[in-house]
Design a protein around this ligand. Structure first.
Ligand SMILES: [Ca+2]
Ligand SMILES: [Ca+2]
Ligand SMILES: [Ca+2]
Length: 130
């Protein structure tokens, strides 16, 4: 249970129009997302929500971002303690990297170190089913 809600928080973090495109963040254009590309993408998404541009996400900024996407922000409220690794009240790039790496490992079903179109589609489908 914790795991699945945790996953949905991560996917919430990964939400946004970019996921609706075939290969967002696919820097080298091979149609797959390598871990480094995925981390870069997630960081960009995080920083897109950094309203005061201090390079880290306050909980209020994440809740505001969730609300802007039509969600309640309640999940973030509840699970903030789990995603804010050092409990300083901010999600830093390093913390986002750590979360993203775990998210990547889960999405990489065949464990080949990249997310191919099918794996990205599966992630998208899981989001849509919520
Ligand atoms: Ca901030
Ligand atoms: Ca933190
Ligand atoms: Ca894979």
């Amino acid at each position: 249970m914790y795991k699945s809600v945790f996953a949905s928080v991560l996917l919430a973090l990964a939400a946004g129009p970019a996921l609706a495109q075939p290969s967002p963040g696919d820097a080298n254009g091979d149609g797959k997302l390598a871990l480094t590309e995925f981390l870069t993408l997630q960081r960009q998404r995080m920083l897109a929500n950094d309203a005061n541009q201090d390079g880290k996400l306050a909980k209020a900024e994440m809740v505001a971002a969730a609300k802007a996407q039509g969600r309640s922000g309640l999940q973030i409220d509840i699970f903030w303690g789990m995603i804010d690794g050092d409990h300083d009240g901010f999600l830093t790039a390093a913390e986002v990297d750590k979360l993203s790496a775990r998210s990547f490992a889960r999405l990489d079903k065949n464990k080949d170190g990249t997310l191919d179109a099918a794996e990205i589609a599966a992630a998208r489908q899981r989001r849509a089913s919520r």
